[in-house]
Design a binder for this molecule. Structure first.
Ligand code: SF4
Ligand code: SF4
Length: 511
C-alpha cells in the first residue's frame, strides 16, 4: 500500500446552522456558540429566545435545499419573508418527533379518566387540578408503561417525574406499572429513589396488567412475589406514548441526504454514527440533551480556526475518463461528490475514502488514496506469491472490522491455515470484480470478502455492495469452470477474532 503524503489546506466556513429548537437544539446551539462560532438557529415553528447573543434566530423557517459539502454547505432557507441563501461550515440537526398515546395496546379508550402522558403532564401544570388530587382522601393515579412498546430512559424519566409530582400532592398516591424501569440515563436512578422514598409504588408484573374501563377503573396484576392477583381501582390511568416520526423529519433527511433508521429516526442505527454523527461529514445530530456537548466538540474539531488539513488524494476523479454517468454521485454514502467543470469531483473534506464510488464507476475513473487499483493488484500478487502450500486463501478484509479481527486472530495464535493471507481494504465496498478475479488468476484456491455487519458498516452500504458483487460473481464462476464455493462473503466485527478464525478454517476445509 502506498503512503499518503500529499496534504492540502482547505478553507472552511465557520458559521453553524442548527435545525430544530427543541430542548436539545437550543442546548446544542448554546454549546456551539459558547465555543466561539456564529450560530443560526432555524425552526419550522416558533423559537424561544436563546441566552446567547451570538445565536441568530429564524422562526417559521425551513431548509428548502442544500448543496455543497462540509465546510461549505450552501442552503436556501425559506420563510414568510422569502428565501435567503446562506453558507455554513457545519450543520446540526436536532430532530423533533411527535408523540402518540398507546392506549389501544392496553384495550383502553382515552377519556377524562384515562389520559395520555402528555395530557397528564399538562394537567399537572394546572394548579387547580393539582389541588383536587391531594384534597380529602386524595386521588390515585396509575401510570402504565413499557407494555405497549419496549420502555426507554426518556419514557421512564417522564413517568418518574409525574409520579413524584403526584405523590407530593397532599394525600394523592402514585402507582407505576412498568414492564421495565430503565434508569440508564443521567439522574434517573436518583429520581427513582426519590419517588420510592416519597411513597411512589412501583409494580413490575410479568405480564401486561388486565384493565377494566367502566364507571370505575380497575387494574389487576399477578404479583410475582406474593403470587396473588393484586387489584387497584385508580381515579386516573395514565398511558405511555410512542415517539412517532413526522413527515417534516423525513423531508429534512431527504433534503440533507442523511440516513435514517428503518423507522425514519435520525441518525441511522449504525454504531459509527453515535453519539452525534450522521453519514455526512459536517452534519451532526443532537437526538437528546446529552448529545449537545458532543455536538459542540465535533463542530469545533471540524471547523477549528477555519482551515483544515486533509489528504489531497482521498479519492480523485480522472477527468479524461469521466462520462458523467452520475453513478458515483448516487452511490456515495457520504454525499461527497459534486459537479465541477462538467465532471464529477470529490470533496477531500467530505470523502471518507471508502472506495465504493471507485468500484461502481463503469469507467474506472476514480482512484482512492492509499488504495489505488495498482496498489491493490500488487497486494494481491504479493499475497498469493508468498504462499507455498495449499489451500491458498486471499481474504479482502475491511479495515474497520475484519482486518482487526484477523490481526487479533493471528496474535492469539488461533490456528489460521498456513496459506491464508489478508489484504487490507478501506471498506468491503472497494472490492470489485476485477480484484476478486485477479486473486483467482494469480492462483488463489479461495477468495473471501470479509465485511462489517450490515447496518454497522462505516460506509453504510459498503457491506451491501460487497455482498451483491460476491453473489453475482458466484453465479458466474461456474461458467468459467470454477466452483462457486471458492468465493465466499462473510461479515465480522473487529472483536470477533475466534469466530474469524473459525470461518477461515471452515472455508479452508471445503476448498
Ligand atoms: S461513476 Fe465514474 S464515470 Fe460516472 S460520473 Fe462518477 S467518475 Fe464519472
Ligand atoms: S471514496 Fe467513498 S466517501 Fe469518498 S467519494 Fe467515494 S464513495 Fe464517497
Amino acid at each position: 500500500m502506498a503512503e499518503t503524503t500529499d496534504m492540502i489546506e482547505v478553507t472552511i466556513n465557520k458559521d453553524v446552522l442548527v435545525i430544530g429548537c427543541g430542548a436539545q437544539g437550543l442546548e446544542s446551539a448554546e454549546a456551539v456558540a459558547a465555543k466561539g462560532y456564529k450560530v443560526v438557529l432555524v425552526d419550522d415553528g416558533d423559537v424561544p429566545a436563546p441566552a446567547s447573543a451570538d445565536i441568530e434566530v429564524m422562526a417559521n423557517t425551513t431548509v428548502e435545499s442544500l448543496a455543497g459539502m462540509t465546510g461549505d454547505f450552501r442552503t436556501c432557507l425559506a420563510n414568510g419573508s422569502g428565501r435567503s441563501d446562506r453558507t455554513f461550515g457545519a450543520i446540526v440537526v436536532a430532530p423533533k418527533y411527535g408523540l402518540a398515546p398507546l392506549n389501544e395496546a392496553y384495550g383502553l379508550a382515552l377519556d377524562d379518566k384515562v389520559v395520555s402522558m402528555t395530557q397528564m403532564e399538562a394537567l399537572l401544570g394546572d394548579a387547580a387540578f393539582k389541588k383536587t388530587l391531594g384534597q380529602g382522601e386524595g386521588k390515585t393515579i396509575a401510570f402504565v408503561s413499557g407494555f405497549g412498546q419496549e420502555g426507554d430512559p426518556a419514557a421512564t424519566s417522564r413517568v418518574l417525574e409525574a409520579a413524584l409530582t403526584v405523590q407530593k400532592l397532599g394525600n394523592a398516591r402514585a402507582y407505576i406499572y412498568a414492564n421495565n424501569v430503565k434508569v440508564g440515563a443521567r439522574g434517573l436512578e436518583r429520581l427513582f429513589t426519590l419517588g420510592r422514598n416519597e411513597g411512589v409504588v412501583c409494580f413490575k408484573p410479568l405480564e401486561k396488567p388486565a384493565i377494566e374501563q367502566g364507571d370505575t377503573l380497575k387494574i389487576v396484576i399477578n404479583d410475582p412475589v406474593v403470587r396473588e392477583d393484586v387489584a387497584l381501582e385508580p381515579d386516573y390511568i395514565v398511558v405511555e406514548e410512542e415517539v412517532v416520526v413526522g413527515r417534516a423529519n423525513l423531508d429534512l433527511a431527504e433534503t440533507l441526504r442523511i440516513d435514517t433508521d428503518l423507522d425514519g429516526f435520525i441518525p441511522s442505527n449504525n454504531v459509527h454514527r453515535f453519539p452525534a454523527n450522521s453519514n455526512r461529514e459536517g452534519i451532526f445530530v443532537a437526538s437528546t440533551l446529552e448529545d449537545a456537548p458532543n455536538v459542540a466538540l465535533r463542530v469545533a474539531d471540524l471547523l477549528a480556526s477555519g482551515v483544515k488539513s486533509v489528504a489531497a488524494n482521498a479519492a480523485v476523479v480522472d477527468e479524461t475518463k469521466c462520462t458523467i454517468c452520475l453513478t458515483c454521485y448516487r452511490c456515495c454514502p457520504h454525499g461527497a461528490i459534486f459537479w465541477e467543470n462538467g465532471i464529477a469531483a470529490i470533496s477531500p473534506v467530505a470523502c471518507q475514502g471508502c472506495g465504493i464510488c471507485a468500484s461502481e464507476c463503469p469507467m474506472d475513473a476514480i482512484q482512492i488514496g492509499d488504495f489505488t487499483d495498482d496498489a491493490l493488484k500488487a497486494d494481491i500478487e504479493g499475497a498469493v506469491a508468498s504462499v507455498s502450500g495449499t489451500p491458498s486463501i486471499v481474504a479482502f478484509c475491511c479495515q474497520n472490522s475484519a482486518l482487526e479481527a484477523g490481526e487479533a486472530a493471528k496474535a492469539f495464535d488461533t490456528e489460521l491455515p498456513q496459506g491464508f493471507r489478508m489484504i487490507q481494504v478501506p471498506c468491503a465496498g472497494k472490492v470489485d470484480v476485477e480484484f476478486i478475479m485477479k486473486a483467482f488468476v494469480e492462483g488463489a484456491d479461495g477468495v473471501m470478502v470479509a465485511a462489517c455487519h450490515e447496518g454497522n458498516c462505516k460506509a453504510e452500504r459498503g457491506s451491501t455492495f460487497a455482498k451483491w458483487r460476491v453473489e453475482e460473481i458466484r453465479k458466474r464462476l461456474e461458467t468459467i469452470g470454477l466452483s462457486k464455493d471458492r468465493l465466499i462473503f462473510t461479515t465480522i466485527a473487529s472483536n470477533m477474532a475466534e469466530e474469524f478464525s473459525m470461518k477461515v478454517r471452515m472455508f479452508a476445509e471445503k476448498l
